[in-house]
Design a protein around this ligand. Sequence first.
Ligand code: F6R
Length: 243
Amino acid sequence: MRIIRAKDYEEMSRKAANVISSVLTLKPACVLGLATGSSPVGTYRHLVSRFERGDLDFSRAVTVNLDEYRGLDRENSQSYYSFMNSHLFSKVNISRTNTYIPDGTEPDSEKACGEYDRILERAGQIDLQLLGIGHDGHIGFNEPSDRFEMGTHCVRLAEMTIEANARFFSCREEVPTEAYTMGIGTIMSARRVLMVASGADKAGIVKKAFRGSVTPAVPASILQMHRDFILIADEAALSELDA
Ligand code: F6R
């Protein structure tokens, strides 16, 4: 595992965009695994400005997102589809038919997850998977558990995750309690995994995940076993790791 230090959120975002830009430049038809949440917003902003300058071309890229809330349709402003649309897809020359996100409107979870696994299989190996980290160590929506799930599955979100995500909704009751998420097996099979982490509130979990033992009770800890895992984090998020 490699740790790249950044002064703050802005520098973290720039450095993460550098890594993604290099993948896209060297392999224009790459498969990018994408994440939502606050952590990658700055990264997407940098990718968009590089595209606007003419330095990046997304026309042949395929993207697969980690997760989607169960029960939210694409038009819902809190869906992860809407998030991706407003932060990246609508601002670069990616072909919409090459962007994939689990179907939150499919009530049959087996069907939704099976279909997403088939999409992932057709897309081929993910060249770079971008991740954030939840306060309980979740990646995608793989919450702490007694085993690592391999494929796409339906999860009940942990109370801590619902609390953390409530900031995006008008009230806590509106936060969906379930989501479809890519499995740990799929994340681990990506050629390269890039995590962005920022802020003092992530310091404790960053230390637990990357200095503690590998356990499904801290899902991100499995990344210690990945052969090309890069953590780009700011000083605040690394403060306990350094201590
Ligand atoms: C979102 C996702 C989640 C977030 C995590 C951290 O697609 O997969 O694992 O990365 O909840 O969220 P932020 O970045 O908002 O702290």
